[in-house]
Ligand binder design. Structure first.
Ligand code: ZN
Length: 470
């Protein structure tokens, strides 16, 4: 039985979706005003891991991740770049999709854009106004009146008097226009800095506030109530609290059953920031051999509620750990021992699946689940050493890894070597084998050294030579 830590109740809860085996899941996606940094990707990797594990557990998942393509930052960026909002945001959005692909993050069912939901947003604000939760201030912007929403602050465990600061989040309207400093903008009246970015509304031209965008897209695409809502822990307050206040003031139903939050990423034990020079994009970690997969592995080895400390050394250690798994897969591919231990191996596999699920069901305890994978590999390596793995056992073991990898996605997603490189290696191996046949061992060894310099490791099995990237 899967248990997840719910930010709302601050405890592990048994996961039971609203309707049988169907899961409605929403993750706050990127604001496309710049390239997305690796901190954001840790949240999307977490969301992907949960989705994969839900699928493994027999659930069907309907997941949505939004694209914030209008807010203060996108408007500022596009005006500075002298391009339209769409032109400006599109290149970052495209890079984002490319990165997701590289990370082997499963595609969400939908990636809605805030700017495509303006009608729905206006409808919601009108409803909030009607229900007495929204008011238009003198500056023409429309605000949410947090004093009207009784449980405001519950998600972040805040007392009402603590809400005087910060609740406005990313609003930039003049504070004195609002009745209460904690009130946040639902609709922002157009001002000069917005240029020609504006939409008509019953309150005059303007644009939506950031928080209402998520409520609108969720309600339109997934309904009034959803099972899981994910985001970085910095979104708990005010963003997610505001989503609850907006949606529940309209529906009068519990909006989200399970709130899950990903802890921050740190770099060299410091907050990642451009000014500290420790700010990384995915392409910065992808420069080394199997870098992107090593990053996925690194993120998965730490529990999602523990802050992950990213360092060059930890990435390197992850790449090395991954290589152990890759080597194991390679050994299975060429295993030609006897199949006289089939039953024992089968039992080890069953036991390994049990342990994997035991840990994953415990609020996705990935560090322990991965540890059991390595214990398993060490155990089977002994059988391989003793030539007790034949074709049948190897196939069973490979299938087992493939099943696990539907959740991990860091084993069979190994970076493919490019064709030119492959050809060069094959040519060198062929000429080395020719030299060996002619008993020209000095030349053959020279080629082996050359291959080693290319990080290529070779193993001779009779007539055949197998090679792997170290
Ligand atoms: Zn959101």
């Amino acid at each position: 039985m899967l248990k997840l830590y719910n930010t709302l109740s601050r405890q592990n809860e048994i996961f039971v979706p609203l309707t049988d085996k169907k899961v409605k899941m929403y993750t706050c996606g990127p604001t496309v005003y710049n390239y997305i940094h690796i901190g954001n990707y840790t949240t999307y990797l977490f969301s992907d891991l949960l989705k994969r594990y839900l699928l493994h557990s027999g659930f069907r998942v309907n997941d949505v991740m939004n694209i914030t393509d209008v807010d203060d930052k996108t408007i500022k960026g596009s005006s500075e770049a002298g391009s339209t909002l769409t032109d400006f945001t599109q290149k970052y959005e495209q890079t984002f999709y490319d990165d997701l692909k590289q990370l082997h993050i499963l595609k969400a069912k939908k990636y809605p854009h805030a700017t495509h939901y303006i009608k729905q947003i206006i409808k919601l604000i009108k409803q909030l106004e009607k229900n007495g939760f929204a008011y238009q201030a003198e500056d023409k912007s429309v605000y949410y009146d947090i004093s009207e929403f009784e449980s405001y602050g519950k998600l972040a465990n805040l007392e009402n008097q603590n809400l005087k600061t910060g609740a406005a989040g990313r609003t930039n309207s003049d504070e004195y226009e609002k009745d209460n400093v904690g009130d946040f903008a639902l609709w922002k009246a157009h001002n000069q800095a917005d240029g020609d970015i504006k939409w008509d509304s019953p309150w005059g031209p303007g644009r939506p506030g950031w928080h209402i965008e998520c409520s609108a897209m969720i309600m339109k695409l997934l309904g009034d109530q959803i099972d899981i809502h994910i985001g970085g822990e910095d979104l708990i307050f005010p963003h997610h609290q505001n989503e609850i206040a907006q949606t529940e003031a309209i529906t009068e139903k519990q909006f989200v059953k399970y709130w899950l939050h990903k802890a921050h990423l740190k770099v060299d034990n410091k907050k990642m920031s451009k000014s500290l020079g420790n700010f990384f994009l995915l392409k910065d970690v992808a420069t080394e051999n199997s870098g992107v997969m090593a990053f996925r592995f690194l993120v998965t080895t730490s529990h999602y509620r523990q802050p992950l400390n990213f360092t060059r050394e930890s990435l390197q250690a992850s790449a090395e750990a991954l290589n152990k798994i890759y080597n194991f897969v390679d050994r299975l591919n060429i295993a030609n021992g006897s199949d006289n231990q089939l039953e024992k191996i089968e039992r080890l596999i069953t036991e390994n699946v049990k342990q994997f699920e035991l840990y994953m069901n415990d609020d996705l305890n990935t560090p322990n689940a991965i540890a059991t994978l390595f214990t398993f590999i060490n155990e089977i390596n002994k059988y391989l050493d003793q030539k007790q793995v034949g074709g049948k056992a190897a196939k069973m073991l490979t299938n087992h890894l493939k099943q696990l990898d539907k959740v991990w996605a860091f084993i069979f997603t190994r970076k493919k070597v490019d064709k030119n490189f492959e050809q060069r290696v094959e040519t060198l191996i062929k000429s080395r084998n020719d030299h060996r046949k002619n008993r020209n061992f000095a030349e053959a060894d020279k080629i082996r050294d050359e291959l080693a310099k290319m990080n290529v490791e070779i193993k001779d099995e009779g007539e055949k030579t197998h090679w792997t990237i170290k």
